[in-house]
Design a protein around this ligand. Sequence first.
Ligand SMILES: *Cc1c(COP(=O)(O)O)cnc(C)c1O
Length: 533
Amino acid sequence: MNAPNASGWRPALGEAGEAGAATASGDRGLHFEEPLIFELAEPGARMGVDLDAPSGDVMPSLARFRRQAIPALPGLTEPETVRHYTRLSRQNYAIDLGPFPLGSCTMKHNPRLNEKMARLPGFADIHPLQPQGTVQGALDAINQLATWLITLTGMHGVAMTPKAGAHGELCGLLCIKAAIAARGESRDVILVPESAHGTNPATAAFAGFRVESIPATADGRVDLGALRARLGPNVAGVMITNPNTCGLFERDMKAISDAVHAAGGYVYCDGANFNAVVGKVRPGDLGVDAMHINLHKTFSTPHGGGGPGSGPVVLSEALSPFGPLPFTVRTADGTIRLIEEEDAAGEHPQGFGRMAAFHGQMGMYTRALTYILSHGADGLRQVAEDAVLNANYVLRSLDDVLHAPFGAAGPCMHEALFSDDDLPDGMTTLDIAKGLIDEGFHPMTVYFPLVVHGAMLIEPTETESKAGLDRLICSLRSLAGRARAGDATLKSAPHFAPRRRLDETLAARKPRLTWQGEALPPQPPSLSEIGGS
Ligand SMILES: *Cc1c(COP(=O)(O)O)cnc(C)c1O
């Protein structure tokens, strides 16, 4: 499928690795090899502003703080600084450049209306320590968002403050821990399916639980029999992702919850994949006790270098009393109060503590509420339907050239899963992923979930048009064809990126996060050397 498809797109490299009609890196000649900013200029070499030489008079009490040398900052003019960072930004891939098909991560377009609302001064320029009477609008927005999250999930309460999905998991497990302690019990095991996101077992261990793994069935779902057999008096609960990380709906979710509850445990649901079911299914109806929602996935707020996350946790009636402070309530006179103290009027005596110093990520709340209000309940349901439709389009457009381990079992949810089973010896998932960089796309999630060999997990999201999906599919078909033909050029991809293949193990094990170059951090010249007094 190297011929142009309906949308006129041609893969960057043809089957023999020759350049195609539409190489994604056409402006490559304009990309510089960009040094680190410390390599560009020594301290004091140049400056973006003209400053008067410091005067001799220093308040006597401050004299000992006086700087003896200029700080070890690179000395660049303003245009040099702007160009350095702009050139670096051009070496980056972003959702504003093209699809970001990372499975499980839900990288979707962040509507610009969200940004406009988040920048309104009444949301952007306020301080968490302002008197509550002066920030009623912002508190009302938090309260409205909380109400939407509770309604959409059919749950009883919500802890808004966690700052990311994994932080939300910790919040939910600390609620479970507090609830178990309040019952005077000492259950200490959390059951986690094999297909779980790595954060689940990590969070459970961090919260002080022992983690035990539950196997998956041949059709990629939790083995209900194995789960039932493991339940008992030391099991605090389960952590289940639904839809799971194979992109499949856990059909037995209600039976799982009933069994766990009957055995005295709680059900944590990893709701990072809520995008696939929002408006269609309410986790509260499935017996879930706690579930984090990644505002930065389902509700389109930017993430992955684009902004901070936000991971509110919805709670069942059983767990709500144990949720963290602070939280908002609407009082009888219509004002919103942020309950900040454990002992305020004797309210919330069982809360486990707090996850954050203040109310949480205001910018993310504003963006998410804007997204929700501009879609409405019907629009959100269509989000889920279109996300699932797009993923199935990807699945069925590729399952003749890439092995889809659960493809025969019917449609997928929001992400399409492939394995390396159909690739010839010597060709790997990594080669396809690196080849995709040359095609001008960010790679899909690779080697996760672990239950599938050489996994490739593709989540297109609902914000891609059919023409956009066709481009991605066309490139992936070309790559699959080259891999199946044993094309050696794929082994050395990417050819068009600023870097080829990196030593990823070294990068993960021994990251060098600070400049350690020769003679740097440099000995800064003294102020007198550059004309100061
Ligand atoms: C993204 C994700 C998480 C973690 O969320 P963060 O906001 O990155 O901490 C947990 N589980 C699943 C399934 C995810 O996709």
